[in-house]
Design a protein around this ligand. Structure first.
Ligand SMILES: [Zn+2]
Length: 300
């Protein structure tokens, strides 16, 4: 089974003006096609999952309101994701997006999303301006623990006009240590803090990470570098912590879902990496990265 553990769904009509602007700026920075990036409809996602042979994907809502104002509220976004999951229950799982700075409102929305909307996890987007390990948010994490759902934390680099400092993996480490029962997924292996993210995953049994977004692009333009990162991950914390993901539709104008899946399937140790003593990947290990790990950890 192939599982994409980190995707988005969005449409231009339900995006705030400010978020749209940020997406356009991001597309410029990375040389992406903004129109392809904006087209995040679920029908397109399912079509491209079919082309790539992806069985299941996690789609995540974003609570961006503290940073990017607009008419489409975080509750609207959570409803939007839940409705899409209801349309494709065999193919998609949905995570709500909630900013813990909402206090009791965050807890109430979490209960609504998990119990009423039947979403299966929560995405936190610290880059909008909060440190995840602030004790003020511990009641929120207690509720997450009680509901028994995973948290997907954004870690690492973010869009323009957002602060990098909130996205350091060590903030996630604190939450992971204090809430050992919560399953935590760090997005993007914390890039550029890959070593730190791998260390956090290594020392905490409840932490894994995904290779979504920029790593798909790296697989196309610098495959040896991606190999080195994945081999380092394998040596640091084992293949069992690596989850395949794409951040669809962010980077599809540079690399399709199908190509990204193929690049993992083709993963093979280049000769210089052998000289460096880095380990290769067996077919079984690639199967785990592509979906076996997500199925086990996230319970699909
Ligand atoms: Zn993402």
């Amino acid at each position: 089974m192939i599982i994409d553990a980190h995707c988005h769904v969005w449409e231009e009509k339900n995006m705030s003006v400010e978020l749209k602007e940020i997406i356009y700026q991001t597309s410029k920075n990375f040389g992406l096609d903004p129109d392809l990036m904006m087209d995040g409809t679920s029908d397109r996602l399912i079509r491209e999952m079919d082309e790539a042979g992806i069985d299941k994907a996690v789609i995540v809502a974003l609570d961006y309101e503290f940073a990017f104002k607009g008419d489409f509220t975080f509750k609207d976004y959570n409803d939007y994701v839940a409705n899409i999951v209801k349309k494709y229950p065999d193919r998609l799982a949905g995570y709500c997006g909630i900013d813990p700075r909402r206090g009791k409102g965050a807890i109430r929305e979490l209960e609504r999303c998990i119990q009423d909307l039947e979403l299966s996890g929560v995405k936190l987007w610290p880059l909008t301006g909060f440190y995840p390990d602030d004790k003020e948010y511990y009641p929120f994490y207690e509720k997450v623990e009680e509901l028994g759902v995973p948290i997907l934390f954004h870690t690492g680099t973010g869009p323009p006009r957002t602060y990098l400092k909130y996205n350091h993996p060590t903030h996630v480490d604190t939450v992971a240590v204090d809430f050992p029962k919560i399953k935590i997924q760090m997005a993007h292996i914390g890039d550029p803090w890959v070593n730190e993210a791998l260390t956090v995953a290594m020392k905490n049994p409840n932490v894994c990470f995904d290779i979504c977004g920029n790593w798909a692009v790296v697989s196309k333009f610098a495959p040896v570098y991606l190999f080195q990162i994945l081999a380092q991950a394998k040596m640091t914390c084992g293949v069992g912590k690596i989850l395949f993901g794409s951040d669809w539709p962010m980077f599809v104008s540079l690399i399709s879902l199908k190509e990204w899946v193929e690049n993992i399937k083709k993963l093979k140790r280049p000769p210089p990496m052998e000289i460096l003593g880095l380990p290769d990947f067996s077919e079984e290990e690639k199967r785990l990265i592509l979906g076996g790990n997500a199925a086990r950890i996230l319970g699909f």
